[in-house]
Design a protein around this ligand. Structure first.
Ligand SMILES: CC(C)(COP(=O)(O)OP(=O)(O)OC[C@H]1O[C@@H](n2cnc3c(N)ncnc32)[C@H](O)[C@@H]1OP(=O)(O)O)[C@@H](O)C(=O)NCCC(=O)NCCSC(=O)CC(=O)O
Length: 273
């Protein structure tokens, strides 16, 4: 058992590529501002064009789209699980002994950030947000696209990538915890999409939405803690500028998800009564 743990720890934390990782703007793959601008612009343009000219886009057969969706969702589910495990091990490894506040506040004096295993996995999470653009492509190529491509979906997919980039660039203090929480939610969310795609639609759709809402609420609690440390410790916390963008995004997603919840679940209860 110990040998297995050491092996996992080596491949997820201690391997030189991971432990010596450093986010360097313009050097690390995907770290240039042009990469971000082009990726998000191409995503938004293609999505808007597909909505405008939807009748000209060929749709794939239900079986084909379901099979591709199942494989894509399973990959993202497993990748998210890997990020949860790696995120926990990395935070445990990189956190100074018994310095629990490090989990929400990287000391502002620490100019060596963003580096090490925590930032390697945050970087992988950032790249996975680009892989998630395929979610939209699959919706566009499916026959019932108009029903499913929502503002919430496109808004989330475009801005979460920008948030990941700014967070890495500024070594935003809460990113380690955000990685673990968000990847955990994505394990169940992509499991839900995987099961739906193979025709076994789970009964726990509402549980997934509730978890997403709790995630955004938790964002405010952790923020309050981070701000407390920022203003009461000598060096403050890194990435408070990026946090401002993050908290506005968090609030907007909370509003959109509460709206999604009331439209999808509350109305059904009223109808049933
Ligand atoms: C329960 C939810 C996870 C999903 O709600 P939905 O309304 O999308 O669920 P649904 O059952 O109607 O599924 C819609 C259809 O899209 C297909 N589908 C498959 N994979 C998908 C994917 N990756 N993204 C969006 N839709 C997808 C499903 O198989 C289904 O097809 P068919 O009907 O043919 O069977 C919800 O909480 C939610 O997140 N809704 C917002 C919509 C969204 O795009 N969420 C993901 C990004 S937001 C996010 O990720 C926030 C976060 O960070 O937590």
């Amino acid at each position: 058992m110990e040998a297995l743990y050491s092996n996992i720890h080596y491949w997820l934390v201690d391997h030189p590529t991971i432990s010596q990782f450093e986010w360097k703007q313009g050097h690390t793959f995907g770290s240039s501002i042009s990469f971000l601008t082009i990726s998000v612009s191409v995503y938004l343009c293609l999505t808007l064009l597909s909505l405008r000219f939807s009748t000209f886009i060929p749709t794939l057969t239900t079986t084909t789209i379901r099979n591709i969706t199942a494989i894509h969702s399973l990959i993202l589910c497993l990748l998210s699980l890997l990020m949860v495990i790696a995120g926990i091990l990395s935070v445990q490894h990189q956190m100074p002994p018994h310095d629990w506040k490090w989990i929400v506040c990287f000391p502002g004096a620490n100019r060596t950030l963003p580096r090490g295993p925590v930032f390697f996995w945050i970087y992988i999470c950032y790249l996975s947000k680009i892989l998630e653009f395929i979610d939209t492509l699959l919706i566009v190529l499916s026959s019932s696209r108009s029903r499913r491509l929502s503002f919430l979906h496109v808004y989330h997919h475009a801005l979460v990538t920008v948030l990941g980039y700014i967070g890495l660039q500024c070594a935003q203090s809460m990113l380690g915890l955000a990685l673990i929480v968000n990847a955990s939610i994505h394990v169940i969310m992509y499991a839900y999409y995987f099961l739906s795609a193979i025709g076994k639609r789970p009964w726990w759709k509402k549980v997934v939405t509730n978890c997403q809402i709790y995630q955004f609420m938790l964002g405010f609690i952790i923020s309050a803690l981070m701000l407390y440390y920022h203003f009461t410790t000598e060096f403050g916390c890194t990435g408070v500028g990026a946090w401002c963008f993050g908290i506005v995004f968090n609030a907007s997603l909370l509003v959109l998800f509460l709206d999604f919840h009331s439209k999808n679940y509350t109305n059904n209860i009223k109808k049933e009564l």
